[in-house]
Design a protein around this ligand. Structure first.
Ligand code: UGA
Length: 436
């Protein structure tokens, strides 16, 4: 294999570390750069700063083989042929994506160049960013040694490693075909559906993809609301429409709505970009509104069953934004828990992977008085209700009779529809799902 050297900026982040470890596994000499000393310490102790199935083994293997190295010195990327930019683009209060980390990373890479290379943007950036960055580099006389390429990522947390090996597609946006082919040619096995296109098309494909997924979820949640009023079952309705290949069965699970660090942020960023160009993103704004409604609906369902929530003891099962991740960033559980606390409910919180405030990156003031416990059974003990917010396999496997017997009042409000209402009825558990 041609000796290609790869650099990754943000190499200890969720996307950066998967990208670095998988490229190292493919046999590229890969240097992951990150200036987060806290995460670096964890990784040097042989651990990962977050949970991602299959990644710890891969990092260990590629460190041992010598193809993966970590650094906190950006100069160490000076000889890389391609540098992937995997830094965050968080939402500003207006919804706009904050690209300051991307600009800083590209500038740092450009200043440290020892030879010509490609700066490949993996981060999700507003449409037009690669072109603006190219102009910015020219303006600052930094463009001689660097060419911008857009290569959006489509990895899902919790199956990121698997998604790297079996991607649905590779999208590369560039102004030079040679640069685009160099990026596309890195990925294995060859033959993955690949689109080589302009910077703008590549950047918009990423936003359009994520916001379409968000729209599917809000769509099914709106239909779920109708199911509740006409005595229909959203699980059957969803299955029925998903069998149409033009619709497909994915992202049609009704529940407490979408959350996490990507879908909502990207939706807000695209809405903001519409606004900036003098257009109104009517559909996208509604997608967001419906999603926010799903969160309030969880609190409303508890109120309908229990009346005032003041002093009510509630077990919250699930803080991660979805199963198979310990990520709580922008999780739907946070606003729901905050709302319940503001209504003076007494909460016990459990999550199999998020063991407490510190791991969730939260302070005591953010969730005052909420108690974190170590098992779902401990959480439900003596409670007036159990509220399921994350579809962890561990919750699906709960001994429901034990749950019922230990609760003060057997009410389960299921924001992920993980149980069958008939089974619950047989057990005489008062069960409330979403659209069932
Ligand atoms: C999402 C996209 O799926 C990835 O393709 C993309 O690369 C990634 O964002 C990103 O931009 O980095 P991710 O945020 O990891 O991936 O999670 P998803 O699997 O998309 O789930 C997002 C949310 O939607 C979760 O809260 C999940 O519980 C919810 N969801 C998903 C539903 O409520 N219903 C469904 O049917 C599916």
């Amino acid at each position: 294999m041609e000796k290609i050297k790869i650099g990754v900026v943000g190499g200890l982040g969720h996307i950066g570390l998967i990208q670095a470890a998988c490229l190292a596994k493919l046999g590229y000499q890969t240097t992951a750069y990150d200036n987060n000393s806290f995460k670096m310490e964890i990784i040097l102790r042989g651990k990962l700063p977050f949970y991602e199935p299959g990644l710890e083994e891969l990092v260990k293997e590629t460190l041992k083989s010598g193809f993966l190295t970590f650094t906190s010195r950006s100069e160490d990327l000076g000889e890389s042929d391609l540098v992937f930019i995997c830094v965050g683009t968080p939402s500003l209060p207006t919804g706009e994506a904050d690209t300051s980390q991307v600009y800083a990373a590209v500038e740092e890479v450009a200043r440290n160049r020892k030879k010509h290379g490609l700066a490949v943007i993996k981060s999700t950036v507003p449409v037009g960013t690669s072109r603006k960055l190219t102009a910015y580099l020219e303006e600052h006389k930094l463009s001689a040694n660097i060419t911008m390429v857009s290569n959006p990522e489509f990895l899902r947390e919790g199956s990121g490693v698997e998604d790297f090996w079996q991607p649905s597609r590779i999208i590369v946006g560039a102004s030079s075909e040679e640069a685009a082919k160099k990026v596309a040619g890195l990925y294995r096995p060859p033959g993955i559906k690949t689109i080589i296109t302009s910077w703008e098309n590549a950047e918009l494909i990423k936003y359009a993809g994520n916001t379409f997924l968000a729209a599917k979820i809000s769509f099914i949640n709106e239909i779920a609301g109708m199911c509740e009023t006409v005595n229909a079952d959203i699980r059957i309705v969803s299955k029925g429409i998903g069998l149409d290949p033009r619709i497909n069965p994915y992202f049609l699970e009704a529940g407490a709505g979408f959350s996490g660090p990507c879908l909502e942020k990207d939706l807000k960023a695209l809405i903001n970009q519409f606004q900036k160009t003098g257009r109104k993103a009517k559909l996208l704004e509604t997608v967001l509104e419906v999603n926010e409604g799903q969160r309030s609906a969880m609190v409303q369902k508890l109120r309908e069953q229990l009346g005032s929530l003041k002093g009510r003891r509630i077990a919250v099962l699930g803080m991660a934004f979805k199963a198979e991740t310990d990520d709580v960033r922008d999780s739907h559980s946070l606003p729901i828990v905050k709302k319940l606390l503001s209504l003076e409910a007494e909460l016990s919180i459990h999550d199999p992977w998020v063991k407490g405030l510190r791991q969730a990156g939260l302070s005591e003031d953010e969730l005052p008085g909420a108690k974190w416990v170590h098992s779902p059974y401990e959480a439900v003990q003596g409670k007036d209700a159990a509220l399921i917010l994350t579809a962890w396999p561990e919750y699906r496997a709960l001994d429901l009779l034990r749950v019922k017997d230990s609760m003060a009042y057997p009410l389960v409000v299921d924001g992920r529809n993980i149980f069958d209402p008939q089974d619950m009825r047989k057990l005489e558990i008062n069960y409330v799902g979403v659209g069932i």
